[in-house]
Design a binder for this molecule. Structure first.
Ligand code: SDX
Length: 376
């Protein structure tokens, strides 16, 4: 092979999709043609899932039926609870527990009914995450309620109490905002798995593994730690300078596609601002705003050839902390949302029978002869 290598498939189109449209230069994102700000603010998460899976908004009657269908798939078996309890006792990460729970959740694996697999995964992710968190607290899991919408039920299963409408709306805005984002690493992983004609549950399990990394879905936790540190020291410039001087990445900044501010950062900043004005933790929000201004300026000095702006994870950390999601569950909360995007892309991939199989330039040794072990 002699063609050019594109490191990390940067800028390489590997197919066509009708699901989300990203313009990295202007910083815009649309889900099935609807601007992300409208989806984030207008939709319930179930409407966003319906839009992702079926390409249009549901009627009121369809939404009622769809909400019931998801709610009726939320339960997990005792077998899965045992797997999750053991992961919690061994203090495995929430993402590892989610991956183990999904693999053990005896989910469909029905290639002949992939849509049922998709609905089941979307429904059961919050139950697995909440059960893990309860076990980590030394408490029994709380059974899902069928009368609560997705975001409300997730918060309910964490504490056993119905959350305030402000917290529910904060989580729902977040779930809508990060549900899909083109061929990011975890979504591409799901598509590769489906392209081998494996089932959607295997695709979802593999995607959980990809999302875990700090360069992808694992960034919000470190962002919150960073902001809490600066909230104490009161000196964002020193923090940014020492991080960059150490050759480390500033979590929550930069993006493979966006060459300007991630449009989702603006949506989540507004949602967080709305939420924090009513909370007594407002100084964390103000620290975040000041940090962002200083960081973008110092990043421009440090990496002049690349505009490194705020990505989705920065205000994700601020919003989720504000609505009371524990930092340990930030990435699994991302997965609870993004599983709907993974499933939409997996179903779209089913229509394309091509196995995804790139190539690489070989740069290793050649023409070697075998040496018997006695002569090595
Ligand atoms: C998500 O793809 C998606 O759509 C992902 C996502 C989604 O919705 O699925 O949007 C979610 O993953 C958001 C990103 C969350 N990750 C972080 O916030 C971690 C910090 N950011 C990075 O590590 C980085 O910006 C990436 C991984 C997000 C993007 O990396 P790229 O496109 O591969 O950019 P790069 O590594 O080529 O960086 C170019 C230069 C580098 O200089 P050199 O090391 O080559 O000399 O810019 C520098 C980088 O060092 N750089 C940074 C930086 N990001 C890039 N320097 C300091 N801090 C940063 N955050």
């Amino acid at each position: 092979m002699t063609g050019p290598v594109s490191e990390g498939l940067d800028g390489i189109a590997v197919g066509e999709t009708e699901i989300s449209q990203i313009d990295g230069s202007t910083g815009s994102l649309a889900i099935r043609g609807y601007p992300i700000a409208e989806v984030a603010q207008e939709a319930t998460y179930e409407e966003t899932v319906f839009l992702l899976l079926y390409g249009r908004l549901p009627t009121a009657e369809e939404l009622t039926g769809f909400r019931k269908r998801i709610a009726s798939n939320r339960e997990i078996s005792n077998k899965v609870k045992i797997v999750i309890e053991q992961a919690a006792q061994e203090e495995k990460s929430a993402m590892d527990a989610l991956r183990m729970g999904v693999a053990g959740a005896n989910l469909g694996h029905e290639r002949d009914n992939p849509e049922a697999d998709a609905i089941r995964l979307i429904a059961v992710f919050p139950t697995i995450v909440a059960a893990y968190w309860r076990y980590r607290q030394g408490k029994d899991p709380i059974a899902p309620r069928q009368d609560l919408r997705h975001a409300a039920n997730y918060l309910y299963m964490l504490t056993g109490e119905k959350a305030s409408e402000a917290r529910i709306e904060g989580v729902e805005t977040y779930l809508n905002t990060v549900a899909d984002h083109g061929l990011n690493a975890s979504t591409f992983t799901a598509r590769v798995v489906v392209s081998t004609q494996a089932d959607l549950v295997s695709a979802g399990t593999a995607a959980v593994g990809a999302l875990k990394g700090p360069l992808h879905g694992g960034a919000p936790g470190p962002v919150l730690e960073m902001l809490r540190t600066v909230n104490e020291t009161g000196n964002p410039a020193d923090y940014v300078r020492s991080t960059l001087a150490g050759g480390d990445r500033l979590m929550g900044f930069g993006h493979r596609v966006y060459r300007t501010r991630d449009p989702r950062a603006a949506v989540l900043e507004d949602a967080a601002h709305e939420f924090y004005t009513e909370s007594d933790d407002a100084d964390l929000f103000e620290t975040a705003r000041e940090f962002e201004e200083v960081a973008v300026e110092l990043l421009a000095e440090r990496v002049p050839d690349r505009r490194l702006e705020t990505n989705v994870e920065f205000y994700t950390a601020v919003l989720l902390a504000g609505v009371g999601v524990p930092k340990e569950l930030f990435t699994t909360t991302f997965a609870i949302s993004r599983v709907s995007g993974w499933m939409a892309h997996a179903l779209e991939q089913l229509d394309d029978n091509r196995l995804i199989r790139p190539t690489a330039h070989y740069t290793g040794e050649i023409d070697r002869s075998w040496t018997a072990i006695a002569e090595r």
